[in-house]
Structures are given as structure tokens and as C-alpha cells.
Design a protein around this ligand. Structure first.
Ligand SMILES: Nc1ncnc2c1ncn2[C@@H]1O[C@H](COP(=O)(O)OP(=O)(O)OP(=O)(O)O)[C@@H](O)[C@H]1O
Ligand SMILES: [Mg+2]
Length: 238
């Protein structure tokens, strides 16, 4: 497989006919991805798949992983850029500072990936003033990191516009809705497809690129969880 291409999930319509058609993401240009769906819909499993595949196929990449809840990524304990609970702010600040440094220069860098699990629950752990500061940094990252070899991936049960200041939610090029998103969530992320989106099982849902080509997708459950965790560990510890 060419360097920089990852295959996060398969086309569900082909899958139903017994055909495995993987969907490809080209990670050689900056990506912003948002994964949404109710609790238990498979967001973290998908995000783990995506980040571990990035780790394997984007050579030299460094992943910062912010896990405010510290339930699903405990195996990353001790890795250099794994941050949990209140340390997430430290991780975010470190990442943001590297980004600001990159903005000042014009050169090529190694790939840098920020994954924030349940971004809203982390954000809501702060008083209003700090929330605003994080959101404005997030908006700057989403808007200006495009030419700086930076990927940003977040998961959110409810990706309310108020969590993404000055319309920065619109910067997400890859959007995934899993399982049974509420009407409200569909309207937030894929309003033009609200009549086509149906309730799906866990790990199944929809995907758009730049708000086009609605595709029904399935996240095959990872076969080798240990290898996936090892891949992720190495990029988070780089
Ligand atoms: N693609 C999948 N195929 C089969 N089972 C899955 C898949 N994804 C998730 N699951 C099952 O569903 C459970 C919940 O998944 P996951 O933790 O990823 O959900 P979540 O959306 O992150 O939930 P929360 O919002 O509570 O963090 C997993 O423990 C797993 O057993
Ligand atoms: Mg989760």
C-alpha cells in the first residue's frame, strides 16, 4: 500500500453483498476529521483504528492523544504524548505551541496528529473563560494548520456549534456519523442528507468528504487488537 493511504472502513452497501470494498483516506495532505454518534456507537473503536493506521502508514508521524475520560486508552499509559484527565490541557498546549512555531516558518515537517477523544466532555470540564481560550486555539488550529503537515481528529457525542468558535466546525473535511445519531446531530454535521440517514448498528454509519458523496460505511472490528495498540503506542511515544 502506498505510503500515506489508510483504509479506515468499508462500504456497507458492498458489504451487504459479501464484497469487501475498503474506503481510502489519503493522509498526505492535512486532514480534519470528526467522528460523532451516541455513547457506545463505536467512536473510540473507529478512532483507535484510524490513529493506529496513520501510525503504521505515515512514516515518522507523531500522535498526541488526549483522553480526558481515561477509559479506553489506558494501554498508552507512559507513552510520551498520551494525556489523560487534567493533563489533557498540557498535551493540547504542547501541540498548539508546535503548531504556532510551524506557522512562523516555511519548511516541511514530520506529520503531527492530534486526536481528542470526546472533545466536548473535556472542554466542559473548564470554566467558561478557559473554554473560550481552548476553542479559539482549536479554531486557529483547524483554520491554519492545513499547510503544516498537521491532522486533527476529534470525536464528539454532540458536536454543537458552540464548541467550535467562529464556524470552525465547518473546517472538518471528513465527517463520520455512527449508529443512531439524533436528528439534532444529523442536522449539525450532515444536514443535506437528513432524509437519507437511517439508524444503524454499532460500528455502522455514514461518511462524507467535504459534505458530498454520502456513503454508508462499516467499521470491521479489528482482528488484531494487540498489534493495533502497539502501532498506536509507537507513534504516541515518538
Ligand atoms: N466496529 C465495531 N464492530 C463491532 N463492535 C463494535 C464496533 N465498534 C464498537 N463496538 C463495540 O461497542 C462498544 C462501544 O464502542 P466504543 O467505545 O468505540 O463507543 P463510543 O462511541 O466511543 O462510546 P462512548 O461515547 O461511551 O465513549 C465496544 O466496546 C465494542 O464492543
Ligand atoms: Mg468513546
Amino acid at each position: 500500500m502506498a505510503d500515506g493511504i489508510i483504509k479506515p472502513f468499508v462500504d456497507e452497501n458492498y458489504w451487504q453483498y459479501g464484497v469487501t470494498k475498503w474506503i481510502e483516506w489519503d493522509m498526505t495532505s492535512s486532514a480534519r476529521a470528526i467522528i460523532s454518534g451516541p455513547s457506545g456507537s463505536g467512536k473510540t473503536v473507529l478512532a483507535t483504528g484510524i490513529t493506529s493506521k496513520i501510525s503504521r502508514h505515515l512514516s515518522g508521524c507523531e500522535i498526541f492523544l488526549l483522553d480526558y475520560k481515561n477509559v479506553d486508552f489506558a494501554y498508552l499509559e507512559g507513552a510520551k504524548h498520551y494525556f489523560k484527565y487534567d493533563d489533557c490541557l498540557e498535551g493540547f498546549t504542547q501541540f498548539y505551541d508546535i503548531f504556532e512555531e510551524r506557522l512562523k516558518q516555511n519548511t516541511t515537517y514530520n506529520w503531527l496528529v492530534l486526536y481528542i477523544d470526546e472533545y466536548p466532555s473535556w472542554l466542559l470540564s473548564f470554566p467558561a473563560k478557559e473554554q473560550k481560550e481552548i476553542m479559539s486555539k482549536m479554531a486557529r488550529l483547524l483554520n491554519l494548520s492545513r499547510a503544516k503537515q498537521i491532522h486533527i481528529i476529534v470525536s464528539a457525542q454532540k458536536p454543537l456549534a458552540e464548541f467550535f468558535s467562529v464556524g470552525s466546525r465547518e473546517s472538518f473535511s471528513f465527517k463520520v456519523l455512527l449508529q443512531a445519531p439524533s436528528k439534532e446531530t444529523i442536522n449539525m454535521l450532515m444536514p443535506s442528507y437528513k432524509d437519507e440517514i437511517e439508524t444503524c448498528p454499532t460500528g455502522v454509519g455514514y461518511y462524507t468528504v467535504n459534505d458530498a458523496n454520502l456513503t454508508k460505511i462499516r467499521v470491521p472490528f479489528p482482528q488484531n487488537v494487540k498489534a493495533m495498540h502497539d502501532d498506536l503506542w509507537s507513534a504516541v511515544n515518538r
